[in-house]
Design a protein around this ligand. Structure first.
Ligand SMILES: NC(=O)c1ccc[n+]([C@@H]2O[C@H](COP(=O)([O-])OP(=O)(O)OC[C@H]3O[C@@H](n4cnc5c(N)ncnc54)[C@H](OP(=O)(O)O)[C@@H]3O)[C@@H](O)[C@H]2O)c1
Length: 332
């Protein structure tokens, strides 16, 4: 049987490790649709999964990679035909089902989203789960009545993949974006993406009383922990915070005061668990009204499967910025 290149995660002697290997074609996942993978990407979740720093992977050995774009080569579901260009993100992809870091991926038809006509396979993975998560956050914030007239909008974890898209897209929606970052050397880059102001997270006083002066219309928070506690205490009446990430910790402290005295809303964002009916809609918006304006600046590197371990380590030690696209079989 034909074998293909794949980046696989193993659990051996209670240790998680990952490397590029050859796997038989019948070990690239199960489902109705077989995709020839063009590009994938690197997300914080991929780094946690493949290094074992987070208990993300639920079945070993497993091909990692929570995102992929590519072309269908075979489909047992009549919705799709060979040649269709598609995207897969989320669900159990790269978690308990073989993922996108391989030359081929086989997935259930329900997981497949059509590549919007004006989007390239490369741009789809430049955007990937990070951009999709921002589109989902925007949907939830809009449904909750967020308004640029209600004050500046905060983006934390600003230099990360999600953070970069959040600055770009919220700025294009008319918000004055305040970026919170731990990398002072990136201030100018964050302003180029649209940030009106950049706050140094190491200089913020994150402790405080249950309610502080309201300042923000809302936030997209990639950090969690004390940062999220601070955001909840300092958001304006009726403001909304999208809780996306945990780069700074998974616990946070709050009283109910911001919720019952100011009507502040804390919105949970789960891109992997996003209901199927919203997915195509959100990808189509990422190719139209939510299209990032600075994709060329947000993509900071294009790598191959072999460079993944280095990028994972850099990402988990907070040294990366923007997005890394993984080139697998670039279309001619
Ligand atoms: N809920 C969902 O569906 C969903 C989807 C995608 C991602 N996420 C989560 O969102 C977060 C961001 O993901 P990503 O892919 O954008 O990751 P990323 O590119 O690594 O960005 C994370 C950013 O967080 C900041 N940061 C890192 N370590 C920190 C620390 N110890 N304390 C405070 N801030 C720290 C850094 O920005 P600065 O140096 O600029 O502060 C870093 O660039 C992750 O926690 C990820 O798991 C969740």
């Amino acid at each position: 049987m034909e074998k293909v290149h794949a980046f696989r995660v193993f659990e051996e002697n209670d240790q998680v490790s990952a490397r590029q290997v050859m796997v038989p074609m019948d070990e690239v996942g199960a489902g109705e649709v077989l995709i020839k993978c063009a590009y994938s990407s690197v997300n914080y979740k991929d780094a946690l999964a493949a290094t074992g720093k987070g208990k993300i992977i639920r079945r070993f050995p497993l091909i990692a990679g929570i995102d992929v774009s590519g072309t269908i080569v075979d489909s047992k579901d009549e919705t799709y035909k060979p040649g269709d260009k598609v995207i897969v993100t989320g669900y159990d992809f790269g978690v308990s089902h073989d993922g996108g870091y391989a030359e081929y991926a086989r997935v259930p038809a329900e997981w497949v989203v059509r590549l919007p006509e004006t989007m390239s396979l490369f741009d789809a993975m430049a955007i990937g789960t990070a951009g999709f998560t921002v589109a989902l956050s925007v949907k939830r914030l809009e449904d909750n009545g967020i308004n640029p007239d209600d004050g500046p909008f905060v983006v934390t974890g600003a230099t990360g993949g999600v953070g970069n898209f959040a600055i770009d897209i919220m700025t294009s929606l008319g918000f004055d974006v305040v970026a919170v970052s731990g990398k002072p050397e990136q201030i100018e880059a964050l302003k180029t993406l649209g940030a009106k102001q950049v706050m140094n997270r190491h200089e913020l006083e994150l402790d405080g009383p249950p309610l502080e002066k309201g300042q923000w219309s809302g936030a997209i928070d990639n950090v969690g922990g004390d940062m999220l506690s601070w955001l909840v205490r300092t958001t304006n009446p009726w403001g909304s915070i999208a809780s996306v990430g945990l780069a700074g910790g998974s616990h946070f402290n709050s009283t109910v005061m911001p919720f019952i005295l100011r009507g502040v809303s804390l919105l949970g964002i789960t891109s992997s668990g996003c209901p199927t009916q919203y997915r195509q809609l959100l990808w189509d918006r990422l190719a139209s009204d939510l299209a990032p304006r600075n994709l060329d600046k947000i993509v900071t590197q294009i790598i191959g499967l072999q460079q993944l371990p280095r990028v994972f380590e850099e990402m988990l030690s907070g040294k990366t910025s923007g997005r890394s696209v993984v080139e697998i079989c670039a279309p001619e």
